[in-house]
Design a protein around this ligand. Structure first.
Ligand SMILES: Nc1ncnc2c1ncn2[C@@H]1O[C@H](COP(=O)(O)OP(=O)(O)OP(=O)(O)O)[C@@H](O)[C@H]1O
Length: 273
């Protein structure tokens, strides 16, 4: 499959979200797409899935059996089993085939108990499991996972990892976005990040969580707070912590050591120094 010079914008006056994206996806590939919030990852996923048509360029040789799992299932007014049976039929399965695949899928994701529940009444995680079971009904050759792990419990996440590896090992194409830097890190065959609408080849370091470096005057003692601490040559202290926890640390720091002077707070990519 090939995304050939793909560009996309949401309206004629809107800026191009994607600009000349070129992406080759061969059989047996597992490709990670990263990038900052708003960089266009979901837009790219929808184009690969055929939900959006590119404004420029083209998508060539998309496999016929394609499945797209976004982070959230629409709240449709059906019972789980009726919904899955219907979608199985739309994908060309006989009722017996659809029944046996949906039963196996729900068992695999430990969601058999929800067969008769209405989709709108499910928890987010269970609804996500139904979305995954639906995607797998047609035994896809192309599987697109856009933050599809987010609401799943740990067992569901492991199972979805296994699904991705199985599709890859069966010669299929898997493309995924996930905020967890470790997600399928060992299994991915390629990784790219979107920057300014362009896709660029990436390494594992590009997916690392940003680290906050907080430099303090002096050395608060003792240090019961989270974060790695090291003394600076001029008597100051440097604390490094995952950026997502830095606000909380700063609050705690200023409550516990009100006289501490915070010199600087910087964000760096990856593990800091
Ligand atoms: N339906 C829409 N209509 C108009 N603009 C949109 C629409 N969906 C996305 N955009 C814009 O397109 C850009 C890319 O959005 P997209 O959701 O693809 O990014 P993303 O990288 O997936 O973001 P996130 O990491 O937050 O999920 C953003 O500027 C967003 O505001």
């Amino acid at each position: 499959m090939l995304l050939n010079g793909v560009g996309y914008r949401y309206s004629l006056r809107a800026p191009w979200v994607l600009d000349r994206v070129h992406l080759e996806l061969g059989p047996g590939s597992l490709t990670r797409i990263g990038g900052y919030n708003g960089s266009g990852k979901s837009t790219l996923m929808r184009i690969a899935a055929g939900v959006h048509r590119p404004g420029r360029g083209s998508v060539l040789e998309r496999p016929a059996r394609a499945a797209y799992v976004p982070g959230q299932l629409p709240a449709v007014p059906f019972k789980v089993q009726d919904y899955l049976l219907q979608l199985g039929r739309i994908q060309g399965l006989s009722p017996a085939e659809a029944e046996s695949r949906l039963t196996a899928g729900l068992e695999r994701f430990e969601a058999s108990g929800y067969r008769k529940h209405r989709i709108g009444d499910l928890s987010r995680g269970t609804a996500q499991k139904v979305a995954i079971v639906q995607a797998l009904l047609g035994e896809p050759e192309l599987l697109i996972l856009d933050e599809a792990w987010t609401s799943l419990d740990a067992a569901g996440q492991r199972e979805l990892d296994e699904v991705a590896r199985t599709v890859r090992d069966g010669g299929g194409i898997v493309v995924y976005v996930d905020h967890d830097a470790q997600r399928l890190a060992e299994d991915a065959t390629a990784a790219y990040v979107l920057r300014d609408g362009v896709l660029i080849a990436a390494s594992a370091a590009d997916f690392a969580v940003p680290t906050a470096l907080i430099d303090l005057e002096g050395a608060p003692e003792p240090w019961p707070l989270p974060g790695r601490v090291r003394a600076l040559a001029d008597g100051g202290t440097r604390v490094s912590i995952d950026a997502q926890h830095s606000d909380r640390l700063l609050r705690e720091l200023l409550t516990q050591y009100p006289k501490t002077h915070v010199r600087t707070v910087r964000m760096v990519e990856g593990g800091g120094e």
